[in-house]
Design a protein around this ligand. Structure first.
Ligand SMILES: [Fe+2]
Length: 325
């Protein structure tokens, strides 16, 4: 299965899929004449800065999604369908992720959609993704939709703080283990501070913060499986936990792979290939030195062999070495 931007060669396949789901599954009795956008994706979607994607398997269309750009940061999400035989395989989420990333990139932050009230499974999807139901009177822009017992949903993706959502999920993940929760929150705070003091660009800062939040994700599993949280065990167990953990968060493959790489190397102090990785090592040590009562020798050794950023060095000295920065 691949997801591509719409091409006209798939036009009849797209129309057939959508009309079938609308009329045979949802029974909302919609004709092609009532949805002229399907006949001219270029005009109705792309011309105004929107886009339309299709999921294709064996050269047949099995899923669709589109966004119309209405200006002023508003967008309308349209034609989100996955063929019946292909549902529950994450194809809808992949289509939605394409739309989400496009919308973020093009600053289309406020997205509206209408959906038939009978499409209960898709309502759950929207609600998990953070959409909330609104009434016709709440519509922030003028928007015509086929008013056939429809439910309206709205989301402001600009208002969602990804790190906040990931932090909340990480707290839940630790199931009340207060020392694990305290630990990651402290590492996150140091990482965030050092990253900002070092003037990381916004993207690298984000990767650093997300990596810091999840860096010890493998600890509970390692305690259970090996009886300890040895760094090398953590490194080898992290990836399999991170992939499902982040599934709902719409990260690009590159970002997810970078977080996996950093977390899977956060006890490796050689070949540190970026400031995101470097700062996580420094932040984690700042917390570990306290929690594990490291000796002055260990702290000096880390200072000389691991620490590199000016801010990290200064904070380490300020806390543990009590010497002038
Ligand atoms: Fe840690």
């Amino acid at each position: 299965m691949k997801i591509i931007t719409y091409k006209d060669e798939y036009k009849s396949d797209v129309i057939n899929l959508i009309l079938y789901i609308q009329n045979y599954e949802s029974k909302i009795n919609l004709s092609l004449a009532e949805q002229p956008d399907l006949n001219d994706i270029e005009k109705f979607y792309r011309k105004n800065g929107g886009e339309f994607w299709i999921a294709v398997e064996n050269n047949r269309v099995i899923g669709t999604i589109g966004i119309m750009n209405k200006g002023n940061g508003f967008g309308i999400m349209k034609k989100f369908f996955v063929k019946a035989d292909f549902r529950s395989r994450g194809i809808g989420l992949k289509l939605y992720n394409c739309l989400f990333r496009y919308a973020k990139k093009h600053k289309i932050n406020r997205i509206i959609l209408d959906t038939p009230s009978v499409a209960v499974t898709s309502h759950k999807f929207y609600e998990r993704a953070g959409f909330r139901k609104i009434t016709k009177a709440d519509l922030p822009i003028e928007y015509n939709y086929p008013d056939r017992d429809s439910i309206l949903y709205y989301i402001d993706i600009g208002a969602i703080g990804l790190t906040d959502k990931v932090t909340k999920k990480m707290i839940d993940f630790y199931k009340g283990n207060k020392s694990d929760i305290r630990h990651f929150l402290k590492v996150y705070a140091y990482a965030q501070t050092i990253g900002k003091l070092e003037h990381l660009d916004e993207h690298t800062q984000n990767i650093l913060e997300l990596s810091a939040i999840v860096h010890d994700i493998a600890c509970p599993l390692c305690r259970q499986k090996y009886g300890n949280t040895n760094g090398k065990h953590q490194e080898s167990e992290s990836e399999a936990l991170l992939v499902p953990f982040f599934e709902e968060f719409n990260l690009s493959d590159d970002d997810l792979n970078r977080i996996i790489y950093i977390v899977s190397h956060h006890h490796t102090y050689t070949d540190v290939d970026g400031l995101d990785y470097q700062i996580l090592l420094e932040a984690d040590f700042l917390v570990n030195a306290d929690e594990s009562n490291y000796s002055m020798d260990v702290i000096q050794n880390f200072l000389h062999n691991v620490y590199k950023t000016e801010s990290g060095i200064s904070i380490l000295k300020s806390i543990y070495l009590n010497i002038d920065k």
